[in-house]
Design a protein. Sequence first.
Length: 222
Amino acid sequence: MGNGNTPLVSVLLPTYRRPQLLPRAIRSVLAQTFQDWELLVVDDASGDRTWQVMRAWAKKDSRIRIFRQAHGGGFRAYATAFRRARGRYIALLNDDDAYLPRHVERRVEYFHEHPGVDFVFGFVHLVGPRSARYLPDATKPGKLIHVNRCHHGITFFMNRRAAKVAFGTARHHRVGDLSIVQDCRRAGLTVRRLTRDYHRTVMYYRNHVSSVTHRWRRQLGV
């Protein structure tokens, strides 16, 4: 457990113009079986009713902390949240995805059982059409890759040492989640991919029109 008012886990949640989806992500954190957390939600200058939605949720639970920033993208919003995070461990979440109830519990459990590990990531439960199982391969332009061979930021869970490496450079917003994993490995940190179904505790929604995958499929006509 954390010490006093310091939570053990900080969940970082950027959001941009998804006021209708954001509550699902927030509710999934509130529903965690492990409750020693704080949730930092950062509005990336949405300019719609997103901030009002955030304020309403923050009034319901003091562990929800809300911030605004000038428009800079999701990675910069994660970095903004991390600078204010107090937890020993850092977890990431997107505004259009959700945790299963035991996600944080099982990540904390893994770190306690493997004290030499700095950073973990893993598989997701895909919610969406069969065609959404394949995504553009960031390392091979024009190629596709299965959704569970990708490095999904929403599955990332790390200690503060890894988080300082992950969010210590502004270039990741151009490269994606894979570069965070690569930088942590280059820094000599211990990174593990969790492949057991026991650790598949994130819902990856790709069945709504604002998702990245939906836009990509529409452009390609698939």
